[in-house]
Design a protein around this ligand. Sequence first.
Ligand code: MEV
Length: 314
Amino acid sequence: MINKVEVSTPGKLMLLGEHAVIYGRPCLVTAVDQRMKVIGEKVGGPGITIDAPDVGIHDFEYKPGDGDVPKGVRFVVAALKNFGWNGGLKITTASEFSSEFGFGSSSAVTVGVLKCLSELSETKLDNKHLFDLAYKSVLDVQGVGSGFDLAAAIWGGTLRFVTGGKKIESLKTKELPLVVGYTGIKADTTTLVKMVSQKREGSYGIVEEIFDQVESLVNEARVGLEKGNWEQVGGLMNENQKELETLGVSTIELSRLITAAREAGAWGAKLSGAGGGDCMIALADKPKVIGKAIAKAGGVVINVSSGAEGVRVE
Ligand code: MEV
């Protein structure tokens, strides 16, 4: 009988295709080597305690049926409900990355909790089943999302992903020469997704055309990534950034870091994720030079490696 288990899940970076992926298009995502740790321990009695100090939650006692739970534990609670967990439990989470970066901390926690529950109950869950439970949990909490971040947390590596997990393909790529710059501004994904949705409704098909162009960029970039043709992928990132600017999700702060990276010689640079803040990424052969330029433009450089391993039991 297993009484205690520790699992870890990687964070993610969207490479190309954000927003369009909500509307049936593919995107490219890579798992990064900064991880979320989740520890699950069976305890006597029926109580469930959640300790998530990174998000200001200290030994929160959850009673099944409680409707209103603090924001920091909503994904944990949704995962417990969707798994159908019964019995005493302590869940502890600890992240190597800040929840402010947009590295997908909520998705990483959701996957981590479900993996812990499957181990503790000795229930076999294959990756697709784990994805479906995690996706339902995320939609229960935030109502929107393509699920690409869950796929990165589960499969790891670099993926081509289609909305809702309709297609999840692992790509064969070398380590990507990525430089990541954080704007210092936390973006609200749900608000940005809703904003794009409203634009799409009133756009007479123009936003759908943008998404079609993004789909072509993503498919070309997939080939470039597998061939290690960074110059080509960088150029496609620049084009994707233009489309994101047209959608209105880039900001002055993101543009400043993106321009700095390009002027310092990056093959390409774009925002990564919903926009509105969070991080930008650049593809470059001289990461130190690009990192310096990003820092000079006011960004915080975050060192990550791409293609990290998916969820694992530690
Ligand atoms: C956010 O990181 C990326 C979006 O495409 C949302 C999603 O795919 O869930 C904007």
